[in-house]
Design a protein around this ligand. Structure first.
Ligand SMILES: [Zn+2]
Length: 308
């Protein structure tokens, strides 16, 4: 036979496609379970969300690449990995010679977390009548990773201003919060792909909330009125639980909470939150944000009562 009929080509295509899908699902199933590292999540849209029809935009406008807002509450929201924009003239990072893994090179985005961070800012304002500080990357992680030290964060000099904008404003915001309120809370929002219905805490096992623990005792970190205790009370599935248990390896808190956390003299109590997809998909984001705002409100009442 010189040529294949359309039908047989279609049949062969289907067989190849089926084999490809099986391969994908096998590689995904390897990634499930708590043992996996922080950000070995596939770089794809979230469950239940369609891939964006439009190609990602490219810009050199630094104010678009990193969104910054000065607030009036002792709370700062950070979200380094949810962006989609490309930076003009900047190729995708290659990570040559770099270690991969939770503290190393990775380019997959935390889908839905840029949108979630914006929803959280709005929900806190609705709840408390004032806005938190925020620093949100709209840049895709292929070009910039603000949750890493500079040498792993970008490879092209044209990405450096966005990185510096992210960190200069984290610094400024923390300084301002501490000088005005003598205490506060930084929440660094991320997405994890290992447990869709779970939210993991990362504090370096209590290190990045050192000041809170010194002032209010271990209960403030491990008790029912700790931030995770409050979230659990509001119906979230949180880890570790009991809250004094060890944080999951790979989710213990990255560069941002390590840099701005209160184990440092000039730091602020800082918690990294790693959201499963059910907390950050389009259908649930608003709910997630409103519960988080309620938790922030309760937390401030107890630990930063002068926030009003
Ligand atoms: Zn992340």
């Amino acid at each position: 036979m010189k040529y294949q009929s359309n039908q047989s080509i279609r049949r062969r295509f289907k067989a190849v496609e089926l084999a490809r899908r099986v391969a994908v699902s096998v590689s995904l199933s390897v990634l499930t379970g708590y043992g996996i590292a922080q950000e070995k999540q596939v770089d794809s849209e979230l469950d239940g969300e369609r891939p964006k029809a439009t190609a990602p935009r490219t810009t050199s406008n630094i104010e678009e690449l990193v969104l910054v807002e000065r607030g009036t509450l002792p709370v700062m929201i950070s979200a380094p990995h949810g962006g989609t924009l490309r930076i003009s003239g900047v190729p995708a990072r290659k990570g040559e010679g770099m270690q991969a893994g939770p503290a190393g090179f990775f380019t997959g985005r935390d889908g839905g977390t840029e949108e979630l961070a914006k929803e959280v800012v709005a929900a806190i304002e609705k709840k408390l009548g004032a806005r938190p500080y925020s620093v949100i990357s709209s840049t895709h992680r292929r070009y910039l990773d603000p949750n890493r030290p500079a040498e792993i964060a970008y490879e092209d000099d044209d990405a450096k201003p966005a990185y510096e904008r992210y960190h200069a404003n984290c610094r400024l915001h923390c300084d301002e919060i501490m000088s005005q309120f003598r205490g506060g809370l930084l929440l660094d929002l991320h997405g994890q792909g290992s447990s869709s219905q779970m939210v993991f805490r990362g504090t370096g096992n209590g290190k990045t909330v050192s000041r809170l623990r010194e002032r209010f005792g271990e209960e403030s970190h491990t008790g029912d009125t700790s931030f995770m205790g409050i979230l659990n009370d509001l119906g979230w599935r949180v880890y570790p639980k009991p809250y004094g248990g060890k944080e999951q390896s790979g989710f213990t808190g990255g560069y941002i909470v390590q840099t701005y956390g209160s184990h440092r003299t000039e730091g602020i109590d800082a918690i990294q939150l790693e959201f499963g997809s059910e907390y950050r998909n389009e259908a649930n984001r608003k709910k997630t944000a409103s519960v988080l705002a309620e938790a922030v409100s309760r937390y401030l009442e107890i630990y930063v009562p002068n926030h009003k």
